[in-house]
Design a protein. Structure first.
Length: 462
């Protein structure tokens, strides 16, 4: 067998992986197993200098660029065909300053890495609800999670970012340095450069929190959602919650006879004292007759990773999403009618309770929009790779029907991180609105006038 050709990137110390090399197929695989792209080379970087070298190499050789952080984006933009993948997956270090209450996080880190290191000091910041979500992608799109109502979105906790720009320069963006770039990074996605490290503000939390889900039978969905609407509206900022509608996942803490049963769950995480959390969720636990109640004092790290095995790497995913104007009775009826009609038992919908600190940040403070939304809903079609013939068409059709049925209840915004590969440019503009999109396009023209970084939810330079 002929050995694969080697490619030398000047001033690059990481690994260069090309077709034919051992590990090439693993290196090009991302979380969403429907994505099957074959880059010309994968530059697995060891640090910021490698990222800058890879960007300059791509520019000099007119190569399409994709940037991989955690590789968790459902649209699969972390990998491209016949171009270069600038791969940060080996850059996962997290450095915590417990006195200053900040953490510096490399661009390839996962949220499980951040929670592991920060919780050693009893600190945390708003991250995703799945531990193997990438820090970079979630942050650059906004960052919603259980702590957001108390501490704001992930971007509201971003203090500084180190960025490699389209010409290979290394800049540090903050409110004092390149403030226009810093504004754009907080919600504008990966359009403006490769972020090689983030510095986040941290907050005291845990290590034990009152957290977990309560499940009810699917037949109780309308009653649970009507109760939840009022419960969430009156909830303190310390109480973050997510509703999940689908089947009960086969987790070890759940009785086996309940596995895969259609059900609605409300998962909570209280950021204050456990005893205060117990009082805050008391009415929820007393609602109806739950199938199982897993709300309990729990290590925050364990809570954050509890759902990791329900959305594994390599499964097939298709998403639709929108912000909601509220949970009116008509909207609840639509959700109850559609949530359980998927053909795959792994498909589900999730509703995130927004508001609190998210809504108190001025609208023009960051590029993230949608601060007025009361809830966000994501419709996740999921099936196994060997079930594509059985489920793929049916599940994608289910997600589209569900979103269409919600049209009368949609707000004028959508969360950019929840857009799928087939969401067109109109939905990207929907995510930002006209004024914010125009400002982003102007900043794009300043830092990336040739649209070098376009393998993303792209904002074209004005």
């Amino acid at each position: 067998m002929t050995a694969p050709a080697t490619i030398q990137i000047p001033r690059f110390r990481g690994d260069v992986i090309v077709p034919g090399h051992d590990g090439y197929d693993d290196a090009r695989a991302v979380w969403n197993g429907t994505v099957d792209r074959r880059p010309r080379l994968i530059a697995r970087c060891s640090g910021t200098a490698d990222v800058a070298a890879a960007v300059r190499f791509a520019r000099d050789h007119d190569l399409e660029i994709a940037v991989r952080g955690g590789g968790h984006n459902v649209a699969g933009t972390a990998v491209c065909d016949d171009g270069i993948v600038i791969d940060l997956s080996a850059m996962r270090a997290v450095w915590v300053d417990p006195v200053g209450r900040t953490a510096r996080v490399q661009g390839g880190a996962l949220w499980g890495d951040v929670d592991h290191e920060t919780q050693a000091h009893g600190l945390a910041t708003t991250g995703g609800i799945i531990g193997h979500t990438g820090v970079a992608g979630l942050t650059l799109g906004g960052g919603i999670g259980f702590l957001m109502r108390k501490h704001g979105l992930t971007v509201d906790n971003l203090v500084e970012a180190e960025v490699v720009t389209a010409d290979g320069s290394i800049v540090r963006a903050s409110t004092d340095e390149d403030p226009d770039l810093f504004w754009a990074l907080r919600g504008g996605g990966g359009n403006f450069g490769v972020v090689t490290s983030f510095r986040f503000a941290l907050h005291p939390l845990g290590p034990t929190v009152m957290a977990g889900p309560v499940f009810w039978a699917a037949d109780d969905t309308a009653d649970v959602l009507r109760f939840y609407r009022d419960f969430a509206a009156e909830a303190p900022d310390e109480l973050g919650s997510v509703v999940r509608l689908g089947t009960i996942p086969p987790l070890t803490d759940i009785p086996e006879d309940l596995h895969w049963r259609p059900a609605i769950a409300v998962a909570c995480c209280y950021t204050g004292a456990v005893e205060d959390g117990e009082r805050a969720i008391r009415a929820l636990r007393r609602l109806g007759t739950p199938l199982v109640d897993l709300l309990a004092p729990t290590p925050y790290v364990a809570h954050q990773g509890a759902l990791d095995d329900t959305v594994l790497h390599g499964w097939h995913y298709y998403w639709k999403s929108t912000n909601l104007t509220g949970l009116a009775d008509d909207a609840i009826a639509v959700i109850a009618d559609h949530a359980y009609t998927a053909t795959s038992p792994r498909s589900y919908a999730a509703i995130f309770h927004m508001g609190g600190a998210v809504a108190r940040v001025p609208h023009n403070a960051t590029a993230y929009t949608g601060r007025d939304a009361s809830h966000n809903i994501i419709i996740d079609a999921v099936w196994l790779p060997d079930e594509a013939g059985e489920h793929a068409a049916a599940e994608t059709a289910w997600a589209r029907r569900f979103l269409q049925a919600l049209h009368p209840h949609r707000a004028d915004s959508v969360y950019i991180n929840f857009l799928d590969a087939d969401d067109d440019t109109s939905r990207i503009r929907e995510a930002y609105g006209g004024h914010t999109y125009q400002r982003l396009a102007e900043i794009k023209a300043k830092y990336d006038p040739n649209n070098t970084f376009h393998h993303n939810k792209n904002i074209r330079p004005s």
